[in-house]
Design a protein around this ligand. Sequence first.
Ligand SMILES: NC(=O)C1=CN([C@@H]2O[C@H](COP(=O)(O)OP(=O)(O)OC[C@H]3O[C@@H](n4cnc5c(N)ncnc54)[C@H](O)[C@@H]3O)[C@@H](O)[C@H]2O)C=CC1
Ligand SMILES: CC(=O)C(=O)O
Length: 372
Amino acid sequence: MIIGVPKEIKNHENRVALTPAGVMTLSQQGHTILIEQDAGTGSGFPDTDYEQAGAELVNEAGVIWQRSDMVMKVKEPLPEEYGYFREGLLLFTYLHLAAEPDLAEALTTHKVTAVAYETVEKDGTLPLLTPMSEVAGRMAAQIGAQFLERPKGGSGVLLSGIPGVKRGRVTVIGGGVVGTNAAKIAMGLGADVTIIDLSPERLRELDDLFGTEINTLMSNPLTIAQAVKESDLLIGAVLIPGAKAPKLVTEEMVRTMHPGSVIVDVAIDQGGIVETIDHITTHDDPTYTKHGVVHYAVANMPGAVPRTSTIGLTNVTVPYASLIAAHGIHEAVRRQPGLLKGVNTAGGFVTYEAVARDLGYTSKDPLAALGG
Ligand SMILES: NC(=O)C1=CN([C@@H]2O[C@H](COP(=O)(O)OP(=O)(O)OC[C@H]3O[C@@H](n4cnc5c(N)ncnc54)[C@H](O)[C@@H]3O)[C@@H](O)[C@H]2O)C=CC1
Ligand SMILES: CC(=O)C(=O)O
């Protein structure tokens, strides 16, 4: 199979879909790997490392999209890349389609088979989302702490407090991978941490994990309203796989926060859980202030720590790429049924039910859409 890796073009997206180690694995299995020049530079992988690993360097993204059977990316294609879509192309990347209606339309119009990292399942987990959620969760606490500083527009609260001065309060809504990692770092910074989740089982697990060091609360509008009001830092970490995130934090709730408090909505890639976040922000211009509260809504947070993120991501994606490249997508999803859950579009249809529901498509069974 010919596998192509274009350079990422999203703002400050320095990750790359394959490392030289991934290239070597796949090329030793007999596949041809096309890498766009400079694609790995931001992650600390020079072109020469790719060449030594067996890749063919290409200096034009269009050539990669045209020649490849499977294009591997990190982030969703941007509108300037939609022109490369064609029938027969297999795209393997993060997509977050419920928040990207134009992309869904372009993929279905051109009958691209698009496999989204974030909806691939294994043993009840999302194995291709997990490492980036670990990164973003850890970053959320440190970014929040930074924007609480007065010169950054924050209230001037130091999360740890000091002897004689109380600690800052951090509320994390959603206690999955992002939430747990955010809580871990916030606790490490000395904050008073509360995690809110909808699942009693998850709350029990968190209690077992952290003991009395954190507060756990059941998710409902009243609990959320009270916790938001008291928070110096609020972290959004809810996920309903594939679907648009529910708006759990209303504008009214945000108005009750102290001036200079900070919201980091990690769930922004699925649309976000905060009503006052009406647009995605970028690493270049990561925050804006509304009702006196600093809002951070960057949808590619791990892109800022590309060395760690690229290695973490490709550790988990390469085995799936290898399976697809060896057997083709039809046989790969038969051998690894959780991969079928990753198929979001095929044959001109949306094939992931939550995405179809949120975007107003009629969902088609992915196996049928792949041609049985
Ligand atoms: N902005 C960025 O750069 C990044 C964003 N993400 C996003 O972060 C979000 C969270 O991801 P993960 O932690 O991996 O998901 P996860 O599935 O591990 O955790 C989600 C948690 O939300 C909880 N939940 C669902 N409905 C809830 C409700 N109404 N109230 C409270 N909790 C509720 C679930 O019980 C679960 O514990 C996803 O949207 C993911 O795509 C992940 C990585 C990077
Ligand atoms: C999960 C995702 O979209 C990211 O890591 O950018």
